[in-house]
Design a protein around this ligand. Structure first.
Ligand SMILES: [Zn+2]
Length: 218
């Protein structure tokens, strides 16, 4: 667990849901016709399931979810520009200027290989959490509160998908998700700094709140 060491202690896991997302129970139960059986498939499936989750949430609230305009895999320094800023290596981010998500595929793949598919199912829903914020707020900008809310939204997304049997939970690997939470990035800040994304404890708490209580609790 190289990233755990690099990011410091994961902290108290007692508050953490004892579930983790695993393979989809059945793709036929969702609108997502993607096989999540390898890295590329899991990334696409995480995107599709997350957007279908939010489409339903918005619909239930009388609104319409706007899917991201683009979903871009990049390699290290070849990433797309966002608001005049170049994409950073080893990162994933939502760009409000263009309403797209981009991720360093080499970096995400390394986490996937080290920690399992839970890596993808935390990082991607977190970034879609920002895409949702940008639709709900007039003057979206990144700050710690937004990061914690995005963690909460990610937890709510996973909890909702598990409850709908669109992904299966597996016991005994809580730390995987939370380690990944610490590693989830954004372009505008140093993600390893506690004051950029919140402390690991705060992030775990936000994630667990969303997971247990849903979007309204975020
Ligand atoms: Zn973020």
């Amino acid at each position: 667990m190289i990233l755990t060491a690099a990011c410091g202690a994961v902290g108290d896991l007692s508050e953490v849901p004892s579930k983790k997302p695993e393979k989809p129970a059945s793709t036929s139960a969702s609108a997502c016709d993607v096989a999540g059986d390898d890295f590329a498939g899991d990334v696409e499936l995480a995107r599709c399931l997350t957007e279908s989750f939010w489409a339903k949430e918005f619909q239930a609230a009388g609104g319409t979810y706007q899917p991201v305009q683009d979903f871009i895999a990049y390699d290290a320094k070849s990433g797309p520009v966002c608001g005049g800023e170049k994409a950073l290596p080893e990162n994933a981010f939502y760009c409000p200027d263009g309403h797209f998500i981009a991720y360093d595929a080499t970096w995400l793949r390394a986490m996937y290989d080290q920690m399992g598919d839970g890596a993808v199912y935390v990082v991607i829903p977190h970034e879609f959490g920002h895409a949702v914020q940008a639709q709900l707020e007039n003057d979206f900008s990144y700050n710690v509160e937004q990061e914690l809310q995005a963690d909460c939204y990610a937890g709510a997304t996973l909890g909702g998908l598990i409850n709908a049997d669109l992904i299966q939970a597996e016991e005994g690997d809580d730390a995987e998700l939370l380690t990944n939470l610490e590693a989830a990035g954004d372009p505008t800040d140093a993600w390893w700094e506690p004051d950029a994304h919140g402390t690991p404890e705060k992030r775990q708490e936000a994630f667990a709140t969303g997971f247990d209580k849903g979007v309204a609790s975020c």
